[in-house]
Design a binder for this molecule. Structure first.
Ligand code: ZN
Length: 685
């Protein structure tokens, strides 16, 4: 489960599961233009840094190198999973782009470049976030002419097909809005037939899929396999059968290369720790056989492993399949950020103090609370479904029984969050929405650290605090439960980020620092998160509801004392916080009430407070925020280029160092990947 899948520029965030998503990352200073690499359509491409890489041991650097190569080798798999024509289209466009003899300043060619950049970004012809097919802005005639003028060996025709037949086959797939309109369609009558992804073969229906996998499940099995996770389900001669993605099966050429690099990593292990060797061996064995019981064993070893360098590599998340059965291929290579992890450990070690001193009624407190020590990591390489759009947090494995029996890893990706933060400096967002230089300066100085700290408190303490009264049904709050739960965790973080204890523990440098988070939270909750809502719509998503609930509640309750104001200046509305201490008091008061609602399972109160504060949007303010945001011309989606790693060898051929560089551009990187990491045939039937 990706907890925090940040897909967007400052504002468009999708939280897939549980926890706090990150909204407006704001910070102001003048450096860091280098973080911006490219922009096109609705996309901005950024660069992330890998701080600390140079100081890793040679053994760790080598692991990162080998695992990074494994991360890149699976790229084509995802293209083919997303749609069966994606590789044909990508390869054709790349060939045209590289062999074009005409005027590169022409509208047609420029439109082709934009379309190709979008195909790279989305790993196919459908929008990476919205699922809908995006259409080329060049003409069908231009496309046909270009394909026909290519050297014949560069046109990825199907076996026995002429170039004309190829153009005829591919044109509607690219240009006709009704053909393969959505990569995944969850609202269709038959979500499998309606989805253009390649997880199921021609003609396989939703009912057939459900029946096929239900037949595998045993309700008494306490450790069920993730049935169907690593295969395409097809109909052959009328019979449903799985084509398994493994070394011997579907996607074999790419998986073989992935395995090759994993084996290099295995061969080069130094001080592997108790689980590393087992973990790598199990993953390799699983890739070779496709045996899902090996995947579970691998997941367990992965949870237990505590090596500094860590990675995800494989068929992992199921968001791309309307039925949530088939997993897309992805990879993230990373290493532990020791300093930041110390921070979460300090918080976790003091969990009991925070519990004992919280404003909740003592009846709802946990006598013995266990903080969660979430790991903070630095990403070194992104691949597959994590590239170029990437999550900012990971929580795996997904199998419930493994999570229950063996635990899970919860990970915050700090260098990606920092890149978002730094890139936001130049958007003009703060200049538009932040009230004065006082707040801007506070955000510039403390915005990033308080933002990650709020997330830490939310994750490490907030969710784990408090208890239900005896006899209270854990599901008592029904459909209100996730909004209430996120509200509770956010309030825990807001209340404590301003506590003297945080400065005393050395986590924040300054007793005024928390004001940055308070301001950002209130501005976001009262105003700026509304840029994600369409005019006239209510707030639906639990995290967004939680934030408006908190912001609106303290705004209303603090009105008599003028704690928080919505001030209008030259026709524009701004959030102004007049009394930070009283604001903290209100956060504490609300925390006590939300904890009561949860502990007592008070559904009526949960529904009443959500309905009153969290759902409805102030229409006038909403229209104003949307208009001001539009004026900023911000790109709603963001992604990243990877750094480039190179081996340094001595005259005997021994690796003596691994270097990192950050100078590769977006199109340059994509074209290189398409040459160096492209082993799959164009059509994978
Ligand atoms: Zn949460």
């Amino acid at each position: 489960m990706k907890k925090n899948l940040l897909l967007a520029l400052s504002v468009l965030t999708l939280s897939m599961v549980g926890c706090k998503e990150k909204g407006e990352q704001i910070k102001i200073n003048d450096e860091e233009m280098k973080y911006e690499v490219d922009e096109f359509a609705d996309i901005q491409v950024l660069r992330y840094e890998v701080p600390g890489f140079e100081h890793l041991s040679l053994a760790d650097k080598k692991q990162i190198y080998f695992l990074s190569m494994a991360a890149l080798e699976g790229r084509d798999i995802l293209f083919d999973q997303n749609n069966k024509y994606n590789l044909a289209i990508r390869r054709t466009l790349e060939a045209i782009s590289e062999n074009y003899k005409g005027d590169k300043g022409s509208d047609e060619f420029k439109a082709l470049e934009v379309y190709l950049k979008r195909v790279w970004f989305s790993n196919g012809i459908h929008h990476h976030y919205g699922e809908e097919k995006f259409l080329p802005a060049f003409s069908q005639q231009f496309f046909a002419d270009q394909v026909k003028s290519l050297p014949a060996d560069l046109v990825p025709v199907k076996e026995g097909q002429t170039v004309d037949q190829f153009v005829e086959m591919i044109t509607p797939v690219m240009f006709d809005p009704h053909v393969m309109a959505k990569k995944m369609d969850q609202s269709a009558k038959d979500v499998i037939l309606a989805s253009a992804n390649n997880y199921y073969g021609e003609g396989v229906t939703q009912d057939e899929v459900v029946a096929f996998y239900n037949a595998m499940k045993d309700p008494n099995d306490l450790t069920p396999l993730s049935y169907g996770l690593n295969s395409r389900l097809v109909k052959e001669n009328g019979v449903l059968t799985e084509k398994v993605w493994n070394v011997k099966g579907l996607y074999s050429p790419a998986i073989e290369r992935v395995v090759y690099w994993l084996e290099e990593a295995l061969r080069n292990l130094h001080n592997p720790g108790p689980y590393r060797e087992e973990m790598l061996s199990l993953l390799i064995y699983y890739y070779k056989t496709g045996d899902l019981s090996l995947f579970d064993k691998y997941c367990i070893a992965w949870v237990e492993d505590e090596g500094k360098v860590d990675f995800v590599n494989g068929f992992t998340e199921v968001y791309g399949d309307a039925l949530g059965i088939k997993a897309s291929w992805e990879s993230i290579v990373n290493f532990r950020n020791e300093n930041a992890t110390k921070r979460t450990k300090i918080i976790s070690d003091n969990a009991q103090w925070f519990e004992d001193n919280s404003p909740m009624d003592s009846r709802f407190r946990k006598e013995k609370v266990k903080g969660v020590s979430a790991k903070v990591i630095t990403v070194a390489q992104l691949g597959g479904d994590c590239y170029p759009a990437t999550p900012i947090g990971i929580n795996l494995p997904n199998a419930d029984w493994i999570r229950k029996e063996h635990g899970s890893k919860s990970v915050t990706i700090e260098n990606i969050m920092e890149a978002y933060d730094k890139a936001s400096l130049h958007t003009g967002f703060n200049d538009e929405f932040v009230y004065s230089d006082v707040e801007k300066e506070s955000l510039s100085k403390f915005g990033f650290i308080t933002d990650v700290l709020h997330t830490d408190l939310h994750e490490c303490l907030g969710h784990g605090s408090g208890k239900l009264l005896p006899g209270v049904d854990p599901n008592a709050l029904g459909e209100q439960s996730s909004t209430i739960e996120e509200t509770r965790a956010d309030l825990f973080g807001l209340y404590y980020i301003a506590d003297a204890k945080i400065v005393e523990l050395g986590i924040l440098p300054d007793s005024e620092a928390y004001k940055a988070e308070y301001y950002k939270f209130m501005m976001n909750g009262l105003m700026t998160q509304l840029v994600r809502i369409e005019p006239g719509k209510d707030i639906e998503e639990a995290h967004m509801r939680n934030r408006q609930l908190i912001a609106r509640w303290v705004y209303e309750k603090g009105r008599a004392d003028n704690v928080v104001e919505l001030k209008v200046r030259d026709g524009e509305t701004f959030v102004v916080i007049n009394d930070y201490e009283k604001l903290r008091g209100l956060f504490g008061e609300l925390l006590a009430e939300i904890q009561r609602i949860k502990s007592e399972g008070d559904y009526a109160a949960a529904k009443a407070i959500v309905d009153a504060y969290a759902v409805k949007v102030d229409q006038k303010l909403h229209a104003e925020v949307l208009a001001r945001y539009k004026g900023l011309n911000m790109k709603p989606y963001r992604g990243f280029v990877n750094p480039v790693y190179s081996l340094v060898k001595d005259d005997k051929g021994e690796i003596v160092d691994v270097t990192i560089s950050y100078d590769e551009g977006y199109a340059e990187q994509m074209l290189r990947y398409s040459k160096e990491f492209s082993t799959l045939p164009t059509y994978n039937d």
